[in-house]
Design a protein around this ligand. Structure first.
Ligand SMILES: Cc1ncc(COP(=O)(O)O)c(C=O)c1O
Length: 366
């Protein structure tokens, strides 16, 4: 079904507003990224920073560092303010009012609302819990028409953490090519697979546009170091749009991003250490909790359990009010019987947060 765009021109995201104002707690298991990486651990001195610099259509050292990291040419890299802006720019550059956009369901809300904001007609294709939240390309094929301009997916999937294999992506690319659409793949969680992470979907063909940042896998959200990988013609258009929305980027952030990219292996090691420790705790917990059904995985920073008995809003209320702990209610991801749990916080916080989650679960099942 296509929703009438004119009637619901989205101007915000309820989920992001909730995350900014309600998710904070001593035991915050709502955050989907790694705990912040401290500035003091980056090998940089104040003398190496500067307020203004030669950043026009990209700051050359940053362009080079991103291109090297992603294994692409610099003319396919567009620097953006986080994956958030990267996604907005890609959609704004590829979709006009009345065009059709195909978006996975469940979805990260800002992706849906940007399409709504642009006046697109939105069609959905399912990612079902029963199928491990995988994508069946035949469902996309059935939904695609000559009016489809963009197919939107996240890999890893937010909220479920499911990984899409390259052969599935290739099939989606074929469908897109057939109707002359693009595939936007938000890959902001992909680096949380570390050495198992595949190459970016950008490499699968001109119709693929990939977005990402240093936020989730590295705990560097504050740098706002995001990027888009797109074929050079589209990349040029995206740089043009950037002139309308930011003009010139924050140069100190560009300089710090270069330092972070040069030290990414070390930063990733910290993330892996935390995630590996937390995963052992999490998997033991999940084995013991019969009321939680979940697709377990050995990578990533989130899981999305389904509560088999009891109510999620009651669980979240008790967690917050009595246990100073937060998780994301599944209603923000279109699946109210689930909740999303982040695994990237410091292990001492995670261990205690999980213990508190266990107590709250005991209470709602009485
Ligand atoms: C799928 C997805 N894309 C983008 C973002 C935002 O990332 P960034 O911090 O790079 O803007 C998030 C954050 O939750 C996300 O889940």
């Amino acid at each position: 079904m296509i929703t009438s765009a004119a009637k619901i021109k989205a101007m915000n995201s309820e989920y992001i507003a909730w995350a900014k104002t309600q998710a904070n707690a001593t035991y915050n298991l709502a955050n989907s990224g790694m705990t912040p990486y401290p500035l003091e651990q980056l090998p940089v001195t104040i003398e190496e920073l500067e307020i203004n610099g030669p950043s026009y259509y990209g700051y050359e050292p940053l362009q080079q560092a991103l291109a090297t990291k992603c294994g692409v040419e610099t003319d396919s890299v567009v620097a953006a303010v986080g994956t958030t802006m990267a996604n907005f720019l890609v959609m704004a550059a590829t979709v006009e009012a009345g065009d059709e956009v195909l978006i996975e369901e469940p979805a990260y809300e800002p992706l849906l609302n940007v399409a709504r904001y642009l006046g697109a007609g939105i069609k959905r294709f399912p990612r079902r819990f029963a199928d491990g939240f995988q994508i069946d390309p035949r469902e996309i094929e059935r939904a695609a028409t000559s009016r489809t301009r963009l197919i939107v997916i996240t890999n890893l999937h937010n909220p479920s953490n499911a990984f899409i294999e390259e052969d599935v992506l290739k099939k989606i690319g074929e469908i897109a090519r057939h109707v002359d659409a693009r595939v936007l793949v938000d890959e902001v969680y992909l680096d949380a697979m570390f050495e198992d992470a595949p190459r970016s979907s950008f490499h699968l063909g001109r119709q693929f546009v990939a977005t990402s940042s240093l936020t989730k896998a590295y705990g560097l959200s504050g740098l706002r170091c995001g990027w888009i990988l797109a074929e050079p013609e589209l990349a040029k258009k995206l740089w043009g749009l950037l002139d309308l929305v930011i003009g010139i980027p924050a140069h100190p952030a560009e300089l710090l991003s270069c330092v972070a990219l040069a030290n990414l292996e070390k930063i990733a090691l910290r993330s892996r250490g935390i995630l590996d420790t937390n995963r052992v705790v999490l998997n033991r917990f999940l084995t013991e909790r019969r009321e939680l059904e979940v697709c377990k995985s050995e990578y990533g920073t989130v899981i999305f359990p389904r509560l088999e008995s009891g109510r999620i809003d009651e669980l979240c209320r008790i967690l917050r009010e009595k246990y100073d702990t937060t998780v994301v209610p599944g209603k923000y991801f279109e699946m109210p019987e689930h909740f999303r749990l982040g695994t990237g916080c410091p292990s001492e916080i995670f261990i205690e947060g999980i213990a508190r989650l266990g107590k709250a679960l005991d209470e709602i099942s009485i």
